[in-house]
Design a protein around this ligand. Structure first.
Ligand SMILES: Cc1cc2nc3c(=O)[nH]c(=O)nc-3n(C[C@H](O)[C@H](O)[C@H](O)COP(=O)(O)OP(=O)(O)OC[C@H]3O[C@@H](n4cnc5c(N)ncnc54)[C@H](O)[C@@H]3O)c2cc1C
Length: 423
């Protein structure tokens, strides 16, 4: 039986439910491939609508990015609303904004409805690493205000230092409708809700073949599922299962360390109001406190496809650059996982042949957006595809480079790393 990779989240998981692996030939209305937020959310919404749903997960539900991420509930997409207006028009952008708003409400509602114990907390700081980045911070505040989001405040350097125990930033955008949670416990809570709603979840059940067509068949090593609809939700872990999707998303490694628990006073001296934080670099640092007051510090995207051997010493200098006062804090956990990125940094959603739906490539904004795309897929399968279609009509180019796309991307990212240092 597979298990979660070692992490602070795995060590503090509050649900040990296991599901059997698929043996034999079964059928369902919908077969979902992948047990992260996207897949579980799609399955849960479909089951609530009365569909008979089977979910196949290669490892354990929550094993992928959904059980390992920074837990940061970010606002908006990876791109500005002005960029999105250029892609889908002003009306389409309004719908995208509404989707974004609803993605946070969905988290609130699911946590409340299913009593998911996942340390949900609101409050977020986007910190400017260069004085020149403050103009971008102001533009973002103004753009969000034009879309009706006013629960924000621009902080100058000294106002920020009252909230954050570091002097390295030049100001920040604070917002009230973004925050953080324990990602694995949220995933496990959703999986429990899905199972209770009637979804048949199978773990240790890697899908090795997907035969599309009028009557799709999904195969694992020990069984098959015949379904009217298939949802592929493997995100950065999907590999080449659906060849036409392979070149449109790339896995990128991201890493997190967790310190030992800090005293209440020390934790407050670092992040006064328990906000989540990310900075304005292209390759972002993101961090927050856990419920037991550890510093969870993430970042250092790795585009080479290889996980660094010693994650503790790989991540420690980044954390100490922000908080040198943590030099004596023991690091107790280090882990990594794959984020799926797309070339234009917008999520990639759509359908193949009208009955195989997919959504992936949230580019580091998936904690909120992936649950929402599961809902949009469920709506589309049930016949209401207007909102799904707005995102599905965004054209996504394949990553260039064919078989050498990974080294090409690593080279491209080196440029951005240098730009982060110089700009
Ligand atoms: C280290 C890290 C930090 C991150 N931090 C943040 C953050 O702070 N905020 C944020 O918004 N986003 C963050 N993200 C991204 C976020 O976690 C993802 O966007 C989100 O979890 C995507 O959910 P998903 O369900 O689409 O994919 P996943 O959670 O990756 O789930 C995909 C699942 O599909 C399964 N699968 C794949 N192929 C098959 C197959 N053939 N058969 C059966 N099962 C299969 C995998 O085993 C996996 O469990 C982070 C990601 C990582 C890795």
């Amino acid at each position: 039986m597979s298990d979660f990779p070692a992490s602070y989240y795995a060590a503090t998981a509050n649900d040990d439910a296991r599901h059997p692996h698929l043996v034999g030939d079964i059928s369902a209305d919908v077969c979902v491939v992948g047990g992260g937020y996207t897949g579980i959310s799609a399955a849960l919404h479909l089951a609530e609508r009365g569909y008979d749903v089977v979910l196949l997960e290669e490892m354990r539900a929550g094993w992928g990015a959904s059980g390992r991420n920074g837990g940061q509930i970010c606002t908006a997409f990876n791109k500005s609303m002005a960029h999105i207006e250029g892609l889908v028009g002003k009306e389409g952008a309004q719908i995208c904004w509404q989707i974004e708003r609803e993605s946070k409400d969905l988290i609130r509602d699911r946590v409340q409805q299913h009593k998911i114990d996942c340390d949900l907390k609101w409050g977020y700081l986007h910190t400017a690493v260069k004085p020149s980045h403050m103009s971008g911070i102001n533009e973002t505040r103004d753009e969000w205000a034009r879309y009706g989001y006013e629960d924000t405040a621009v902080l100058d350097k000294s106002a920020l230092q009252e909230r954050l125990g570091t002097g390295i930033y030049h100001g920040a955008l604070w917002e009230g409708n973004a925050g953080h949670l324990h990602p694995l416990n949220y995933a496990l809570g959703l999986a429990r809700a899905a199972a209770e709603a009637g979804v048949r979840i199978f773990e240790d059940s890697r899908v090795i073949k997907l035969e599309a067509g009028t009557n799709p068949v999904v195969s694992t090593a020990h069984g098959t599922v015949k379904a009217r609809f298939v949802v592929t939700a493997g995100n950065a872990y999907l590999g080449k299962l659906v060849p036409s999707l392979y070149h449109r998303v790339m896995p990128v490694g991201s890493f997190i360390v967790a310190t030992e628990p800090l005293s209440g006073e020390r934790a407050r001296s670092l992040i006064r109001d328990n906000d989540a934080i990310s900075d304005t670099n292209f390759i972002v640092d993101y961090y927050r406190l856990s419920a037991d007051r550890r510093m969870l510090f993430g970042g250092r995207a790795n585009y080479s496809g290889y996980e660094p051997k010693d994650l503790f010493s790989y991540m420690r200098p980044r954390m100490l650059k922000v908080f040198p006062q943590l030099a004596d804090a023991k690091l107790e956990y280090a882990w990594g996982g794959n984020i799926a990125i797309t070339l234009d940094r917008m999520p990639h959603m759509g359908s193949i042949g009208g009955n195989v739906f997919f959504a992936h490539g949230y580019c580091g904004h998936g904690v909120a957006l992936s649950g929402m795309s599961g809902k949009l897929i469920a709506d589309a399968i049930a016949g209401t595809a207007e909102r799904f279609d707005v995102l599905a009509r965004i054209k996504h180019q394949p990553f260039p480079g064919g078989p050498i796309r990974t080294p090409m991307l690593a080279l491209g990212m080196l440029y951005y790393r240098i730009r982060d240092i110089l700009s």
